[in-house]
Design a protein around this ligand. Structure first.
Ligand SMILES: *Cc1c(COP(=O)(O)O)cnc(C)c1O
Length: 421
């Protein structure tokens, strides 16, 4: 029923007929059809939810046959064994993300953090070292600095965009990974993927890019030679604020090893969530195109507004990484960060005056969300401590959904009247 998992063709891309090379499908075609299995059960168009924890064998001979093939490792099993090792609904998502990222394979986890922590735990030996850029997801940093530290794995954090410091931090024979995000949260810093891969290859270390803010529609880090791409699928890939999931994409053999590790670490996603994720992915191209357009329009509107002190959006020439973003991204995404002219309370009054966005953490879904990082992720810190981390009290992160651009701008305009002197 499932396609041959050892087949190295990019899923969703038809095999060449009459000798002509296949043309690469566009992002919307890949969102809808990437990884399609046209022989799926019951001729259903969506991949059905295969809600089971285990799978039966017809008789002992069937079991022995399966075990032999598994042991010999010819990769063609054609069926599942136990829910922690695989599920057809989960595999449908994995095939689609593989197609979207142009990867060899991809493995799905129960959350973005399960994806990141499983990848690092499965790959790093005791005593290893990783180099990580700052301005990164808080929990990733926490995992490295506390959990990995306990295993004797050290992390050096370097300033995002300082490539000399990044290279200096690499310890010969000890450093295994450069871990970075692009674009970052909340300042949408973009890492020069070509440059980071060049450094990594020369110094014989591997690269991990958390591409959650990038989406496979806007950038495909694997094409630059990045070793692993990670997403919190909770954000753009799922796109509806209704599920948690994470993915790691990369080379086929490495992802096979990581899938084995998932069977041990246990961070699997359940079939219901996988179904919702596959459904969400079908509109990824459409959603991100709309979010890119609104992101740029909102950023331009805010930059020209007297009540706004500063806007952070990689699509604006004023952003420090605008040139990098223009080179390696097809669009600049739906997150716009900005500083309101005023203090913590003024900024809160502006947020409370908005009608459309919900006040909530997260991003990447159809509903716009807004937050003041000082009161959300950094609440327990003082203004001074936050400032030391680069988070100002007047900073706002606006995660744009798929509402009409004009309505979002009109809403911002009316709410900004509250703080305009
Ligand atoms: C949300 C997020 C994560 C964590 O993902 P979860 O699905 O919430 O576990 C990791 N990295 C980035 C950049 C994120 O935005």
């Amino acid at each position: 029923m499932t396609e041959n998992p050892s087949d190295d063709r990019t899923p969703g891309r038809p095999a060449p007929e009459n000798g002509e090379p296949p043309s690469a499908p566009g992002p919307n075609t890949l969102s809808v059809h990437g990884g399609d299995d046209r022989a799926r059960a019951h001729q259903a168009i969506p991949m059905p939810i295969i809600q089971t924890a285990t799978y039966a064998f017809a008789d002992t001979a069937d079991l022995v046959h399966f075990m032999q093939r598994k042991t010999w490792g010819d990769g063609i099993l054609g069926r599942e064994e136990y829910g922690r090792y695989g599920n057809p609904t989960v595999q449908a998502v994995e095939r689609k993300v593989t197609a979207l990222e142009g990867a060899g394979d991809c493995v799905l986890f129960s959350s973005g953090m399960a994806a990141i922590t499983s990848l690092l735990l499965a790959s790093l030996p005791t005593g290893a070292h990783i180099v990580m850029t700052d301005d990164c997801y808080r929990r990733t940093r926490q995992f490295c600095l506390t959990f990995l530290k306990r295993l004797g794995i050290d992390t050096t954090i370097v300033s995002t965009g300082d490539y000399a410091a990044l290279e200096d931090a690499i310890q010969p024979k000890r450093t295994r990974f450069i871990v970075s995000e692009s674009p970052t949260n909340p300042y949408l810093r973009c890492v020069d993927l070509e440059r980071i891969v060049e450094i990594a290859r020369r110094r014989r270390v591997q690269t991990i890019i958390d591409s959650t803010f990038g989406t496979p529609i806007n950038q495909q880090p694997l094409h630059y030679g990045v070793d692993y791409v990670v997403h919190s699928a909770t954000k753009y890939l799922g796109g509806h604020h209704d599920l948690l999931a994470g993915v790691v994409a990369g080379r086929k053999d490495r992802i096979a090893a990581l899938r084995d590790a998932r069977g041990v670490l246990g961070g699997i996603v359940d079939p219901q969530n996988a179904y919702l994720l596959e459904r969400g992915l079908k509109t990824l191209g459409l959603r991100v195109t709309q979010q890119n357009a609104s992101g740029l329009a909102v950023a331009q509107f805010l930059e020209g507004h007297p009540a706004i002190e500063r806007v952070w959006y990689p699509g604006l020439p004023s952003h420090p990484d605008h040139d990098i973003a223009r080179r390696q991204m097809a669009g600049f995404g739906g997150v716009v960060s900005f500083e309101v002219r005023g203090n913590l309370e003024d900024t809160s009054r502006f947020i409370d005056a908005l009608d459309i966005p919900y006040i909530a953490p997260s991003l990447g879904g159809v509903d716009s969300l807004i937050e003041q990082p000082a009161l959300m992720s950094y609440f327990e810190k003082t203004s001074e401590e936050r400032l030391a981390l680069g988070i100002r009290d007047n900073l706002v992160r606006f995660a744009i959904g798929v509402e009409d651009t004009a309505d979002l701008i009109a809403d911002l305009a009316q709410a900004l009247r509250v703080v305009t002197p």
